[in-house]
Design a protein. Sequence first.
Length: 435
Amino acid sequence: MDDIASVLAAEQAEVQPWEALSDRWQRQLSAGLAGSEPPTCLVLPETQQALAGVMAAAHQQGWSVLPCGTASKLGWGGPAERAQLALSTQRLNRLVDHAAGDLTVTAEAGMTLAALQATLHQHGQFLPLDPAYPETATLGGIVATADSGSWRQQYGGVRDLTIGITFARADGQLARGGGRVVKNVAGYDLMKLMAGAWGTLGVISQLSFRVYPLPAASQTALLAGDAGAMAEAARVLRRSPLTPTAADGLGTGTAAQLGLGSAMALVVRFQSSRAGVERQIAWIKEWAQAQSVTVRCYGGDDEAALWQQLRQLTRSPAGTGAVTAKIGLRPSAAIAWLQALDAATEGSGRTLIHLRSGIGRLHLPQGSDRDRIAGLRSRCEAQGGYLTLLDAPAELKQQIDPWGYPGNALAPMRRLKQQFDPHRLLRPGGFVGGI
């Protein structure tokens, strides 16, 4: 600790020894590491230049680094093999620029999504991302984990919304891409490269996003019925003239928590002009009545409460022994997969799948074992998809690969890691294939 503090003395960064950290910080940092050896300290740079200086020192000294924001998602995925220091962007929380007329915003990576949304709302705008823990999640962490949420139905994911990025490379140089920069570093599309890289290629310090006007009205329809009815509803929705901003399939475990008994459900959100929303809700009601499908409609505070409940149902706090996983499969297979999940878990699993992308979230109760996870992963892979463990007990992540990557891109991924971080300083061993 003293050696690190002395080397970083010239940097505008606070160095907090492990022993002085709060229980929350110690718990979250430990969740991001394999083994029992904690980082020596937590470093909190005050500026982007200080962040670069810390990484330059780490490069010179050979220190392994665990990047984070508020550490709300540090336990997701695979744990790092080691980290001599944890590097937090939490104090890089400034709004850099908001070009309201151009519908763009630039902020430092340590700003929370909640803080950014509050600023944008004052100008009648918002950033259509709905990640886990939006009150504490930082912009950098959201991009690093590509945690988009239900709004991707209409607006796309993190990669679609990010138009500019600045990050500290493993050698301490600041690199920029997109935005007002004419040419990206080494010809890469850095926004797409860094989104979902989980902090293994660089430490994000600043981001620019495309934002949108706040809709004048919003309502959500909740459809419930058996698997056949919900499969037909999803098919009709895809082929209809409707333009939902969110459309998610819910398994029976999730639907039961909403008071829908043993039914499956679709939750469909419309946000536009008041007349447009009312017209689309009327269309849904008419179709549901003709098909004898149960439909509930939510607006105002009731709608906000519904979406908050859905977030909580499919996301479990770390340390509870429960399992949260990110899943992906062909969109056309979403309802069939929900039905298979219900059978495999006897209704104890809670799932939400975005119908357009086939990406979703799975929550399993405490006591879920390796065989159950492996079986569900095989079902996803059979549909051309994947299952990635996010929050899960450390013992379970030792028994089964958290990533379970079935694709064929490991070789180019390793080459990228070698080019961006040849000494494996950034979250070593914590990504796909031990990258």
